[in-house]
Design a protein around this ligand. Structure first.
Ligand code: SF4
Length: 208
Protein backbone atom coordinates (compact mmCIF):
# COMPACT_ATOMS: atom_id res chain seq x y z
CA UNK A 1 0.00 0.00 0.00
CA UNK A 2 1.31 3.44 -0.88
CA UNK A 3 1.49 6.12 1.80
CA UNK A 4 -1.16 8.79 1.49
CA UNK A 5 -0.28 11.62 -0.86
CA UNK A 6 -0.37 15.12 0.62
CA UNK A 7 -3.75 16.11 -0.84
CA UNK A 8 -5.49 13.03 0.54
CA UNK A 9 -3.73 13.35 3.89
CA UNK A 10 -4.89 16.96 4.12
CA UNK A 11 -8.45 15.94 3.25
CA UNK A 12 -8.41 13.28 5.97
CA UNK A 13 -7.12 15.83 8.46
CA UNK A 14 -10.04 18.11 7.57
CA UNK A 15 -12.45 15.21 8.11
CA UNK A 16 -10.86 14.36 11.46
CA UNK A 17 -11.55 17.92 12.66
CA UNK A 18 -14.85 18.46 10.86
CA UNK A 19 -17.78 20.05 12.70
CA UNK A 20 -20.10 20.49 9.71
CA UNK A 21 -22.89 18.35 11.14
CA UNK A 22 -24.01 17.47 14.68
CA UNK A 23 -22.39 14.01 14.53
CA UNK A 24 -19.08 15.56 15.51
CA UNK A 25 -20.45 16.03 19.04
CA UNK A 26 -21.03 12.34 19.71
CA UNK A 27 -18.15 10.76 17.79
CA UNK A 28 -14.98 9.44 19.40
CA UNK A 29 -13.05 9.69 16.15
CA UNK A 30 -14.01 10.52 12.61
CA UNK A 31 -13.31 7.70 10.16
CA UNK A 32 -12.07 9.22 6.89
CA UNK A 33 -11.18 5.97 5.13
CA UNK A 34 -8.24 3.67 4.67
CA UNK A 35 -6.37 1.79 1.99
CA UNK A 36 -4.38 2.23 -1.18
CA UNK A 37 -4.69 5.79 -2.52
CA UNK A 38 -4.09 4.37 -6.01
CA UNK A 39 -6.61 1.55 -5.66
CA UNK A 40 -8.56 0.32 -8.67
CA UNK A 41 -11.51 -0.36 -6.38
CA UNK A 42 -13.13 1.85 -3.77
CA UNK A 43 -15.63 0.34 -1.33
CA UNK A 44 -18.15 2.77 0.10
CA UNK A 45 -20.19 1.65 3.09
CA UNK A 46 -22.75 3.53 5.12
CA UNK A 47 -21.28 4.94 8.33
CA UNK A 48 -18.80 4.01 11.04
CA UNK A 49 -20.09 1.72 13.79
CA UNK A 50 -18.99 1.24 17.39
CA UNK A 51 -15.54 -0.26 16.73
CA UNK A 52 -14.80 2.03 13.79
CA UNK A 53 -15.62 5.07 15.93
CA UNK A 54 -13.17 3.86 18.59
CA UNK A 55 -10.33 3.01 16.20
CA UNK A 56 -10.80 5.64 13.49
CA UNK A 57 -10.67 2.93 10.83
CA UNK A 58 -13.43 1.66 8.52
CA UNK A 59 -14.90 -1.85 8.67
CA UNK A 60 -12.98 -3.21 11.66
CA UNK A 61 -15.92 -4.94 13.39
CA UNK A 62 -17.72 -8.15 12.44
CA UNK A 63 -18.88 -6.74 9.09
CA UNK A 64 -15.27 -5.78 8.39
CA UNK A 65 -14.08 -9.34 9.05
CA UNK A 66 -16.64 -10.60 6.57
CA UNK A 67 -15.48 -7.97 4.07
CA UNK A 68 -11.90 -9.24 4.52
CA UNK A 69 -13.07 -12.81 3.88
CA UNK A 70 -14.93 -11.78 0.75
CA UNK A 71 -11.91 -9.87 -0.53
CA UNK A 72 -9.66 -12.85 0.11
CA UNK A 73 -12.11 -15.12 -1.72
CA UNK A 74 -11.31 -13.21 -4.92
CA UNK A 75 -7.59 -12.89 -4.23
CA UNK A 76 -7.62 -9.36 -2.83
CA UNK A 77 -6.35 -7.91 0.42
CA UNK A 78 -7.80 -4.78 2.01
CA UNK A 79 -4.42 -3.08 1.57
CA UNK A 80 -5.02 -3.23 -2.20
CA UNK A 81 -8.36 -1.40 -2.14
CA UNK A 82 -9.65 1.80 -0.57
CA UNK A 83 -12.48 1.58 1.98
CA UNK A 84 -14.61 4.44 3.22
CA UNK A 85 -18.20 5.35 4.09
CA UNK A 86 -20.87 7.78 2.93
CA UNK A 87 -20.61 9.62 6.24
CA UNK A 88 -17.44 9.74 8.26
CA UNK A 89 -18.77 9.94 11.84
CA UNK A 90 -20.84 7.37 13.74
CA UNK A 91 -24.54 8.12 14.14
CA UNK A 92 -25.55 7.56 17.78
CA UNK A 93 -26.74 4.01 18.39
CA UNK A 94 -25.83 3.12 14.78
CA UNK A 95 -29.05 4.67 13.52
CA UNK A 96 -29.46 5.39 9.81
CA UNK A 97 -27.69 8.52 8.58
CA UNK A 98 -30.00 11.51 8.14
CA UNK A 99 -30.30 13.23 4.76
CA UNK A 100 -28.77 16.42 6.20
CA UNK A 101 -25.77 14.46 7.50
CA UNK A 102 -25.25 12.76 4.14
CA UNK A 103 -25.45 16.11 2.40
CA UNK A 104 -23.02 17.78 4.81
CA UNK A 105 -20.50 14.97 4.36
CA UNK A 106 -20.91 14.61 0.59
CA UNK A 107 -18.02 16.89 -0.46
CA UNK A 108 -15.55 14.69 1.43
CA UNK A 109 -16.61 11.55 -0.43
CA UNK A 110 -16.67 13.44 -3.73
CA UNK A 111 -13.12 14.60 -3.14
CA UNK A 112 -11.94 11.11 -2.19
CA UNK A 113 -13.38 9.74 -5.43
CA UNK A 114 -11.69 12.54 -7.37
CA UNK A 115 -8.29 12.04 -5.73
CA UNK A 116 -8.24 8.24 -5.71
CA UNK A 117 -9.95 8.01 -9.09
CA UNK A 118 -10.91 4.33 -8.83
CA UNK A 119 -12.01 2.34 -11.87
CA UNK A 120 -14.75 0.70 -9.86
CA UNK A 121 -16.83 1.90 -6.92
CA UNK A 122 -18.46 -0.89 -4.94
CA UNK A 123 -21.39 0.43 -2.94
CA UNK A 124 -22.16 -1.52 0.23
CA UNK A 125 -25.76 -1.03 1.29
CA UNK A 126 -28.61 1.20 0.21
CA UNK A 127 -27.31 4.56 1.42
CA UNK A 128 -24.13 4.18 -0.56
CA UNK A 129 -26.01 2.86 -3.59
CA UNK A 130 -28.41 5.83 -3.48
CA UNK A 131 -25.47 8.20 -3.28
CA UNK A 132 -24.06 6.97 -6.61
CA UNK A 133 -27.08 5.57 -8.45
CA UNK A 134 -29.88 7.77 -7.18
CA UNK A 135 -32.63 7.34 -4.60
CA UNK A 136 -34.88 5.21 -6.83
CA UNK A 137 -32.31 2.41 -7.25
CA UNK A 138 -33.45 -0.82 -5.61
CA UNK A 139 -30.82 -3.20 -4.20
CA UNK A 140 -33.12 -6.20 -4.62
CA UNK A 141 -33.38 -5.47 -8.34
CA UNK A 142 -29.81 -4.47 -9.19
CA UNK A 143 -27.60 -6.25 -6.65
CA UNK A 144 -24.41 -7.38 -8.36
CA UNK A 145 -25.25 -5.63 -11.64
CA UNK A 146 -22.58 -3.08 -12.55
CA UNK A 147 -23.68 0.29 -13.87
CA UNK A 148 -21.94 3.27 -15.38
CA UNK A 149 -22.32 6.47 -13.35
CA UNK A 150 -20.31 9.57 -14.21
CA UNK A 151 -18.12 7.51 -16.53
CA UNK A 152 -17.22 5.15 -13.70
CA UNK A 153 -18.28 1.56 -13.02
CA UNK A 154 -20.47 1.29 -9.94
CA UNK A 155 -21.20 -2.17 -8.56
CA UNK A 156 -24.07 -2.15 -6.05
CA UNK A 157 -23.77 -4.81 -3.34
CA UNK A 158 -25.46 -5.54 -0.05
CA UNK A 159 -23.84 -4.27 3.12
CA UNK A 160 -21.87 -7.11 4.78
CA UNK A 161 -23.82 -6.46 8.00
CA UNK A 162 -26.95 -7.70 6.18
CA UNK A 163 -25.19 -11.01 5.50
CA UNK A 164 -24.33 -11.30 9.18
CA UNK A 165 -28.01 -10.94 10.02
CA UNK A 166 -29.33 -13.30 7.33
CA UNK A 167 -27.32 -16.22 6.02
CA UNK A 168 -29.02 -16.18 2.60
CA UNK A 169 -27.51 -12.78 1.88
CA UNK A 170 -23.99 -14.19 2.29
CA UNK A 171 -24.28 -16.24 -0.91
CA UNK A 172 -25.58 -13.17 -2.73
CA UNK A 173 -22.62 -11.13 -1.54
CA UNK A 174 -20.20 -13.87 -2.61
CA UNK A 175 -21.73 -13.82 -6.08
CA UNK A 176 -21.35 -10.04 -6.13
CA UNK A 177 -17.66 -10.35 -5.32
CA UNK A 178 -17.25 -12.79 -8.21
CA UNK A 179 -18.73 -10.08 -10.45
CA UNK A 180 -16.09 -7.70 -9.07
CA UNK A 181 -13.37 -10.24 -9.86
CA UNK A 182 -14.56 -10.48 -13.44
CA UNK A 183 -14.70 -6.69 -13.78
CA UNK A 184 -11.14 -6.42 -12.49
CA UNK A 185 -9.96 -8.97 -15.02
CA UNK A 186 -11.39 -6.77 -17.77
CA UNK A 187 -14.54 -8.77 -18.41
CA UNK A 188 -17.21 -6.14 -18.99
CA UNK A 189 -20.87 -6.82 -19.68
CA UNK A 190 -21.90 -5.52 -23.14
CA UNK A 191 -23.79 -2.55 -21.73
CA UNK A 192 -20.60 -1.24 -20.11
CA UNK A 193 -18.35 -1.69 -23.12
CA UNK A 194 -17.45 1.55 -24.79
CA UNK A 195 -17.75 1.54 -28.56
CA UNK A 196 -14.38 1.97 -30.27
CA UNK A 197 -13.98 5.48 -31.65
CA UNK A 198 -15.02 5.73 -35.30
CA UNK A 199 -11.96 5.27 -37.48
CA UNK A 200 -11.37 5.93 -41.18
CA UNK A 201 -13.45 3.71 -43.48
CA UNK A 202 -11.66 0.54 -44.55
CA UNK A 203 -9.63 1.11 -47.70
CA UNK A 204 -10.70 -0.77 -50.77
CA UNK A 205 -8.06 -2.88 -52.36
CA UNK A 206 -7.49 -1.72 -55.92
CA UNK A 207 -5.52 -3.86 -58.30
CA UNK A 208 -5.67 -1.43 -61.26
S1 SF4 B 1 -20.30 13.13 9.50
FE1 SF4 B 1 -19.13 14.25 7.95
S2 SF4 B 1 -20.03 16.30 7.93
FE2 SF4 B 1 -20.68 15.33 9.85
S3 SF4 B 1 -19.11 15.98 11.34
FE3 SF4 B 1 -18.47 13.99 10.51
S4 SF4 B 1 -17.09 14.50 8.83
FE4 SF4 B 1 -18.26 16.35 9.30
Amino acid sequence: MSTLPDDLRLLHRLIANCTLCPLHKSRTMAVPGHGDPEARVMFVGEAPGFHEDRQGLPFVGAAGHLLDELLQSIGLDRSEVFITNVIKCRPPGNRDPLPAEIEACAPYLDKQVELINPEIIVTLGRFSMARFLGPSASITRIHGQPRLADERIVLPLLHPAAALRQERFRAQLQEGFLVLKRLLSGELPPELRKEPPPGPPPQQLSLF
